[in-house]
Design a protein around this ligand. Sequence first.
Ligand SMILES: C[S@@+](CC[C@H](N)C(=O)[O-])C[C@H]1O[C@@H](n2cnc3c(N)ncnc32)[C@H](O)[C@@H]1O
Length: 463
Amino acid sequence: MSERPTRVQPARQVAYDVISAVRESDAYANLLLPTRIVRAGLSPADAGLATELTYGTLRMQGYYDRVIAIAAGRPIDKIDAPILDVLRLGAHQLLSTRVAPHAAVNESVALARMVGSRSTTGFTNGVLREIGRHTPEEWRQRILAAAKNQDDELASVSSHPVWVVRAFRRALEAEGRGAELEELLAADNVAPRVNLIALPGLADAPEGSTPDRYSPPGFTAGGGDPQALVEANDGRVRVQDEGSQLAALALSRARPILPGERWLDLCAGPGGKAALLAAEALTGGATLVANEVVPARAELVRRALAPVPLDVEVWERDGTTIGASHPEAFDRILLDAPCTGLGALRRRPEARWRKTPRDVAELTALQTRLLDSAVDALAPGGVLAYVTCSPHIGETRGIIADALDRHDDLEALSTAEVVQQLAVERLDLADDVLHAQLWPHRHGTDAMFIALLTKNAPAEERD
Ligand SMILES: C[S@@+](CC[C@H](N)C(=O)[O-])C[C@H]1O[C@@H](n2cnc3c(N)ncnc32)[C@H](O)[C@@H]1O
């Protein structure tokens, strides 16, 4: 008689399906989860549970893997991948939630029965019972004791890869704020608030909402479904991180807009900053071109721009070629560069396990080519904003220092001053006035990096 399949509680089933799709087919949890929740017809409470289980398990996967290896008495690469997913989900419930231990173990065993062989149910049961025999604090101490060095300790308990811990430390130390490392790592493991924007001149924050601390058009809703608010305002209210808002506003508000200015968003997909720039361009009498090389993402840009009554051209070109095809054609350029996204780990739970130092090398080469193209496309006297949602100094200060070295006509502007002047409240920024680096733990934003640059007119024109 077969013991298969016992029904698993639907929220856990959805969480398991998403976690295994992330592993098997490189799915993105933030895109897949909402569709799985709808398909399973989960109640709001179960949807909340599925979200917590999925995001929590994926974020803390590195930590749980160390716990599982000890409890199982074998390295995790000796455990079948589907069973490892079951164990990760079970470990999360036992160590980080209030789910009753017997429910966490029984549901995990039922899941193991569905996805593994008969022998794996006993193994799953044994490993999870062993995990449940110790308190979360006891596990923390055991994991710390097994760490190889201080960086490995931080990496293990905060569930980050060691190379990311080191990259964050270097970025904080570059600001003289290395002591904030643990706070930053902890902030990455907390779900970000849903932040919104009322596009300037086109919508207002609704009554009862809480204005953002820094971004003038930013707010959080007092409750209810943010998506419903977006729909009720026909897209003139959007979901957008406060740091992203500040990055786009740093460009549009760096100086007063002269009517007829030509603006370019070089890497615009999916279009969040392009929508804000379009609203700002509309108010100031400027024009905007939004460029995005991936056609499907260019389509998202068109959708994002639709609520703004400005005729924005959307191009689908390789941004590295626009400097040559349109030399000195734009007065303001946003280069929101493709990057590792290490500054947005809060909202992309699996991203920290996917990125590698090799990605940094590939991306910095592309960032340099895009920045060179943007410099060529910038009119003398114009403003260029180089932005990343990564604080990795190879992608931030490194790119800017190298560009300033190679382009004699390029000059850094006082970015920090611009950002302070436009912000509602004063930000706690590093002393370096030429960049603004935002942080989740200090500002409650993604770790956005912003550097404003200008291009001097050639010497003979200035004489
Ligand atoms: C960080 S995202 C931009 C986010 C966007 N500014 C927003 O706020 O919604 C970078 C974008 O650059 C695009 N991209 C990558 N390489 C590019 C290239 N060579 N030319 C133009 N766009 C590129 C990516 O497809 C991605 O959509």
